[in-house]
Ligand binder design. Sequence first.
Ligand SMILES: Cc1cc2nc3c(=O)[nH]c(=O)nc-3n(C[C@H](O)[C@H](O)[C@H](O)COP(=O)(O)O)c2cc1C
Length: 150
Amino acid sequence: MESVNIIVGSQMGSAEYVAEQLNDKLNDQGVVSILHDQPVFSEINHTDTTWLVCTSTYGAGDYPENLIRFIDELSQCNNLPSLKYTVIGLGDTSYDTYNLAGRKVDDLLASKGATRIDERLELNILDEALPEDTALVWLDSWIEKSGLLG
Ligand SMILES: Cc1cc2nc3c(=O)[nH]c(=O)nc-3n(C[C@H](O)[C@H](O)[C@H](O)COP(=O)(O)O)c2cc1C
């Protein structure tokens, strides 16, 4: 079975907590999932795998600090034709740059020829008391769309 690699961009821990919850649920359901909370591009499989990129946004639409180097390396890599992915973004609609980091990494992966297997999930922390709960409900339909369980 193909594995899932969850790539975390988080500065204050909210996106990381969402990612941890998703990772636990995937593994509970029999999907092999690996969490990368300090992602290093060269250490993460990108062939015949599915990435879930779970990131917040900072500054004027910037990536969280722990994701910046990863994104630089991703920007410079060759195409990723056998990679499937979905992005989960955490943001705050009071910023003009709402969820821009999630949107940018979604566009970047598409530009590398990776296949988006579901629309980006955007979580607005002004509406979400517990963003992980919304993400966990969303994960059920995502697993079906991913085909990971056959
Ligand atoms: C200094 C600062 C800048 C932020 N900038 C943005 C932004 O440009 N766009 C956005 O959607 N959210 C922005 N946010 C909101 C965060 O993305 C949001 O609080 C998120 O839940 C933080 O997740 P984290 O704890 O995983 O880092 C900002 C928050 C802070 C504290």
